[in-house]
Write a protein that binds this ligand. Structure first.
Ligand code: CUA
Length: 349
């Protein structure tokens, strides 16, 4: 539509008058948008050794490109001015068969490519996913449309929010349960495809504690854009406390509480078939919910983990996330049932 406005073809001119192209005006605020902040998913603010290595390659190549731009544009402007048309002056003499010039402009791009290739190839090898043997290992599995994390050495399974210790080497093994996804946390490192039947690795060491958001970076179906994730880099003490809490059994709700009622509803619902709650249900199709109340988001980082969003999510997940395989329950749950389920899930800290 916009394109046809800006580049009307011959036929459209014979119809109604074509509106003037407004790109130059509308694009100014759009361009300026790129100057503001914050950018939680910007590779230009690296916070790990991996992300810094990639950023350094980018910066190096950017300055080589600036140099080439300046040289080429200077030559161009010089030629435009020096050989511009003047009254009474004939066409300039063409340069032809100048061996030295031809060797020079063949060699120059080759040399520039070497300057680009050497740091690029070096960084590709340096970020190939090798980690020291004591690195924390996390197995990541992409699903339509959420992420599963298994800390095999620690006996922890969780979803969508990955906790890591600051300053420690980490190795992440990435695969997929269905279609090809891509695990990408721009400020920490990436991206790596999650391919069914194949494992890819990323290794890095996060510099600073914080909450880093990420995104599936490979089109994987209706809710590809809704397949977010979080990496929470904790202080040593914070990470140890998280591990201890996650290794614990699911909290048993107090007698007579709404959460206990919710547990009873959960235990006779279809939820069992898909979700694990340690000691309650063994499903493995959806996210493990043993400690779901300790997460800050639900649905692949899409919504805050609060009562209102949990209730809407349980009532009708595909309405919030197109294509979600957690369909509406049949028969539908009553509002009271949903409220009790929400109380139960929120209690699973
Ligand atoms: Cu998963 Cu896109």
């Amino acid at each position: 539509m916009l394109l046809s406005r800006c580049f009307p073809d011959r036929h459209s001119r014979t119809l109604a008058p074509v509106p003037r192209c407004r790109w130059p005006l509308t694009s100014v605020p759009l361009l300026l948008l790129g100057c503001g902040g914050p950018f939680p998913q910007s590779t230009l603010h690296p916070r790990s050794d991996f992300a810094r290595a990639a950023d350094t390659v980018f910066t190096d190549i950017f300055w080589w490109a600036v140099l080439v731009f300046v040289v080429v544009e200077t030559a161009l402007v010089f030629a435009l001015v020096r050989f511009r048309h003047r009254e009474g002056r004939g066409a300039p003499r063409p340069t032809h068969g100048h061996t030295l010039l031809e060797i020079a402009w063949t060699l120059a791009p080759a040399v520039i490519l070497v300057f680009v290739a050497v740091p690029t190839v070096r960084t590709i090898f340096a970020t190939a996913g090798e980690a020291p043997p004591d690195a924390l290992k996390v197995q990541v599995t992409g699903h339509q449309w959420w992420w599963e994390y298994k800390y095999l050495d620690l006996g922890i399974t969780t979803a969508n929010e990955m906790h890591l210790p600051v300053g420690k080497p980490v190795q992440i093994a990435i695969t997929s349960a269905d279609v090809i996804h891509s695990f990408w946390v721009p400020r920490l490192g990436g991206k790596r495809d999650a391919i069914p039947g194949h494992v890819n690795y990323i290794a890095f060491r996060a510099d600073a504690a914080g909450n880093y958001s990420g995104q599936c970076a490979e089109f994987c179906g209706a809710s590809h854009a809704n397949m977010g994730l979080r990496v929470l880099v904790d202080s040593d003490g914070g990470f140890a406390a998280w591990v201890k809490a996650q290794q614990g059994l699911a909290v048993a709700p107090p007698k007579g509480s709404p959460a206990e009622q919710g547990k009873a509803i959960y235990s006779r619902s279809a939820c069992l078939g898909c979700h694990t709650i340690q000691g309650v249900s063994p499903g493995i199709i959806g996210p493990n919910l043993t400690h779901v109340g300790s997460r800050s988001t639900i649905a692949g980082g899409l919504f805050p983990n609060d009562s209102a969003h949990l209730a809407s999510w349980i009532a009708d997940a595909p309405a919030l996330k197109p294509g979600a395989i957690m369909t509406r329950m049949k028969p539908p749950l009553t509002d009271a049932d949903i409220a009790a389920l929400v109380a139960y899930l929120a209690s699973l800290k």
